[in-house]
Design a protein around this ligand. Structure first.
Ligand SMILES: *Cc1c(COP(=O)(O)O)cnc(C)c1O
Length: 495
């Protein structure tokens, strides 16, 4: 039987996995979720013997059932190859009190590569299977990392174009440089005067604009999304939690069946939701510790049951978590209210119209495995300094938020269940914040000098993704207001 996906806002809208990947968002603005979550079919004890690619096959074939084994094998082997600068794809770094799951060894040195290096293969395979003849136009809003990872994945992929909107003043210098130097005739990168939520809301509006959709169709195009709402991103992200469990069994930190806590620096709620799905598939995950920066809307949600985006927006040193509307939470809301599509739609309507919603006690109870935590800017930089001093290990600011939250969680609860901390970016991507946390004398200085300094203090090799930026020409210079996004799309498609 093939597994179907339906919309969180209307369960009547059912599609295959491949169709859900092409569509991105459901027609009613809801997110696709699997009708039921399949259980892992192999024993936990066999996980340590699997490579990353083999683990990906074990997990993905259960969720993407309308792909053949050959098709999946093609996608997996082309995605997880020498683009990654670590042969194990996801190395685990063990310190005295936690294991850091290094998800940043792909071509753009952030965890987004884990999903976005496979998404173009999944999407073009899906298009072929569904006899989709229109050219696919990927529209993406980015808080910094998705944009580059999606560009790298889709650049020059036949039958696709990709357009990325980023908040002009909301990303790091390296992140911006990575995007505006992107090569590829089918790519377009535009800065928005506004924050990430403005960019994301703008993109969602374009997706649900029926006239635009029609106009595109006439010209032979259709939109799709590389944002983390696409199940083609969610499914590959489940893989590394299963893989991590195998690594911890192998190094003796866990015995078969023991629980493993996970700690995830969270923005759009995609990464931690993947961990939750891994638990539904039978992986012994204990607590899901959701770490926020000063934009702590999720922390407050798990504390109070009230989601309230009406609050000041903070620009922090962990820009990929500067988000007040965590889109993927909708999937968990749907599950927690007994898969009630009408109720979910009502919550989301309230969020868009009133800026908030409140869940009931039964839903709160459903979410009891989740623990919220937050770290402000001072705590984040203190954590970078502490881990560097005590463990000779350098964290990027996003990972440091998670690491700080985890340390406070341990102190508060004495829960010593082995924990995996999702390490979501290379410190080289945020050299300025990292170096000034390590020593204030680095607060000034030119970006590439700070990169050299980071190399000197850490001894970590400078990734090719950073090295190559030094001489890459800037190719994308457009900056527009958020109300001009629609016109920008039409202009791009005329090229
Ligand atoms: C995207 C991102 C996050 C947040 O992940 P979500 O899946 O959006 O919660 C955290 N850290 C880094 C470095 C990221 O790029």
């Amino acid at each position: 039987m093939s597994l179907q996906y339906y919309s969180t806002r209307n369960k009547q809208e059912k599609v295959s996995a491949s169709r859900a990947i092409i569509n991105g968002l459901a027609g009613d603005g809801g997110l696709y979720v699997p009708e039921s979550v399949p259980k892992l079919e192999i024993s936990l004890g066999s996980l340590p013997g699997l490579t990353y690619q083999e683990t990906a096959m074990v997990v993905m074939r259960l969720l993407l059932t309308d792909f053949t084994k050959e098709e999946l094998s093609y996608c997996i082997s082309h995605a997880y190859d020498s683009k990654f600068d670590a042969p194990e794809i996801v190395p685990v770094h063990v310190t005295s009190d936690a294991s850091y799951l290094e998800l940043y060894h792909g071509s753009t040195i952030a965890f987004k590569d884990m999903a976005l290096s496979i998404l173009p293969y999944l999407m073009t395979t899906a298009a072929k299977k569904n006899h989709e003849e229109k050219e696919i136009v990927i529209l993406t809003a980015t808080s910094g990392d998705t944009g580059k990872a999606a560009l790298a994945g889709f650049a020059d992929v036949p039958g696709t174009r990709i357009m990325v909107f980023y908040p002009k003043d909301g990303v790091s210098a390296i992140q911006e440089l990575q995007m505006v130097t992107q090569a590829g005739d089918n790519t377009c990168v535009i800065g928005i005067r506004g924050n990430f939520d403005d960019a994301q809301t703008g993109v969602k509006k374009l997706f649900s604009d029926p006239e635009l959709k029609e106009e595109l169709a006439e010209r032979g195009f259709r939109f799709s999304s590389a944002n983390s709402i696409n199940i083609g991103r969610l499914v590959p992200q489940i893989v590394y939690y299963v893989y991590a469990y195998g690594r911890l069994l192998k190094n003796g930190a866990l015995k078969e069946g023991d629980p493993m806590n996970v700690v995830v620096p969270t923005g759009n709620f995609g990464n931690i939701l993947a961990a939750w799905y891994s638990k539904q598939m039978g992986l012994p995950v204990g607590k899901l510790i959701c770490a926020s920066n000063e934009n702590k809307v999720l922390f407050d949600f798990f504390e109070t049951g009230i989601y309230d985006r009406k609050r000041p927006f903070h620009v922090t040193s962990s820009p990929s978590m500067d988000i007040l509307i965590s889109s993927n939470l909708e999937r968990l809301i749907f599950e927690s209210c007994g898969k009630d599509d009408e109720k979910t739609a009502a919550f989301m309507k309230s969020l868009s119209e009133n800026g908030n919603y409140a869940i009931d006690d039964a839903m709160k109870d459903f979410l009891k495995d989740f623990v919220g935590g937050c770290a402000d800017e001072a705590e984040t930089s203190r954590e970078i300094r502490r881990v560097f001093r005590d463990e000779q290990y350098v964290l990027d600011p996003h990972t440091a938020v998670a690491s700080s939250v985890y340390r406070h969680y341990r102190e508060r609860t004495a829960d010593d269940t082995p924990a995996v901390i999702a390490s979501t970016a290379s410190p080289y991507k945020f050299a300025r914040s990292v170096m000034s946390a390590i020593d204030e004398k680095y607060a000034e200085g030119e970006d590439f000098a700070l990169i050299d300094a980071l190399h000197e203090v850490s001894g970590m090799p400078v990734p090719e993704a950073v090295e190559s930026l030094k001489k890459a020409p800037v190719r994308h210079k457009q900056v527009i207001g958020k109300e001009e996004m629609r016109d920008a799309v039409l202009r791009f498609l005329e090229r």
